[in-house]
Design a protein around this ligand. Structure first.
Ligand code: HSE
Length: 402
């Protein structure tokens, strides 16, 4: 029997206990041992909860309990999760987490600390919720040269963009509805400003390069400037709008960013709607494969945490390898990428825009009060240079290659 502890009995922590209770047989089959929750750390009490008696308010009782071999950190935020994780690893306990903020900030140090103490630090649930994308990269795709990963990594923003497209609604109205439905946080800035997706693509980029991508160095744009008009114009262009995290290996280094893109409707990522996530991975032999599923939610995310628990139990006494190291991954200078760009104009600046970007075309849209212009493929730095001298551009976005 392997005893585990859960740090933080909120949505994901509650889900971990639920998955372990509900799927006990499957967890045993996967881990090769029975797994049971022994302690749960939370500031609150949970009268009437089946795990009520296991709740403690003192992390020390978990740290000092030699029976507890695995700690599931589902607290979120950097502190105190960082200190608790370090102490657990130093005490010879493996840790698995859904905490993307902590992994993006201190992942290499914690992976190294786990190695030093012959335990594991795993973070499957930190990217793509229940989608087993990290294990796929570390396992099935390990012999591939992965040169590109692009994905819809945030469910809240994908829900907002989907609703804006389907209902022609304004960003603020849809955000309000998403908050009422519990899809968006009361403070939605991490989602709508792209920071959540940024941490996730930084983790994916780190694994892809077997190094470390500092999320603070990843150019990040959110979706707050997107209007219902942009979605109508995107449709006229044969595309939709998606907030993408993308990283691509180039000769100059890793080109990585988070930004809203025009995604052609025939691209597999265009059909990902609502709160779902999807991650497209390009390998040199495999070509493109795509992974789709619930990027958030209690049981889906907890399922990924429990998968890590099973991996740790199966490998007891060993460190499960993780390809994140403290070697800084070389990033390509922003601006070198060649792609097409979309511009929205209300009409007054149309002629000037069309003549400034040689090879650009206007896309007619009967249902719109604005016009879309698509440029020919060009370097981003040249695009921004020309853009800075133009009036009449209401919004612009990058276009994803088909
Ligand atoms: N707020 C995140 C999302 C939850 O909307 O995808 C999972 O990180």
């Amino acid at each position: 029997m392997t005893k585990i502890a859960i740090l933080g009995y909120g949505t994901v922590g509650g889900g971990v206990a639920h998955v372990i209770d509900e799927n006990a047989d499957r967890v045993r089959a996967s881990a090769g041992d029975d797994v049971a929750v022994k302690a749960i750390l939370d500031l609150r009490d949970f009268p009437g909860d089946p795990h009520e008696s296991q709740v403690t308010h003192d992390f020390r009782t978990i740290l000092d309990d030699s029976e507890i071999r695995v700690v599931c950190e589902t607290m979120g935020g950097v502190n105190p999760a960082y200190d608790f994780t370090k102490q657990a690893l130093e005490a010879g306990k493996s840790v698995c987490t859904s905490n993307k903020e902590l992994v993006a900030k201190h992942g290499p140090e914690l992976v190294e600390l786990a190695k030093k103490h012959q335990v594991s630090y795993l973070f499957e649930a930190s990217v793509g919720g229940g989608i087993p994308i990290l294990r796929t990269l570390e396992g099935a795709l390990k012999s591939e040269k992965i040169d590109e990963i692009a994905g819809i990594l945030n469910g809240t923003t994908n829900y907002i963009l989907t609703q804006m497209e389907e209902e022609g609604a304004a960003f603020d109205d849809v955000l309000k509805k998403a908050q009422e439905l519990g899809y968006a946080e009361r403070d939605p800035s991490a989602d709508i400003e792209g920071h959540d997706a940024c941490r996730k693509i930084a983790i994916l980029g780190s694994l892809m390069t077997e190094g470390y991508v500092d999320s603070e160095k990843v150019p990040t744009e959110g979706i707050t400037k997107i209007t219902a008009e942009d979605l109508k114009l995107a449709r006229a262009c044969g595309a939709t709008v998606k907030l993408l995290g993308s990283c691509r290996q180039t000769d100059e280094g890793l080109e990585i960013m988070v930004a809203p893109f025009l995604v052609p409707t025939e691209h597999p990522l265009a059909s990902v709607r609502g709160v779902f996530n999807a991650i497209a991975v390009h390998g040199n032999m495999l070509d493109t494969s795509m992974y789709y599923g619930r990027g958030a939610g209690r049981d889906a995310t907890a399922s990924a945490v429990v998968a890590d628990v099973c991996e740790i139990v199966k490998n007891a006494g060993k460190t499960v390898p993780v390809s994140m190291t403290d070697r800084p991954s070389k990033l390509a200078p922003a601006g070198d990428t060649v792609r097409r760009f979309y511009l929205r104009t209300d009409g007054s600046g149309k002629a000037e825009i069309l003549s400034a970007f040689s090879g650009s075309t206007e896309v007619p849209c009967e249902a719109c009060d604005a016009s879309a212009i698509l440029t020919a493929p060009m370097k981003e730095s040249s695009f921004l240079n020309i853009l800075s001298g133009l009036a009449g551009v209401k919004n612009w976005m990058r276009v994803l290659d088909e």
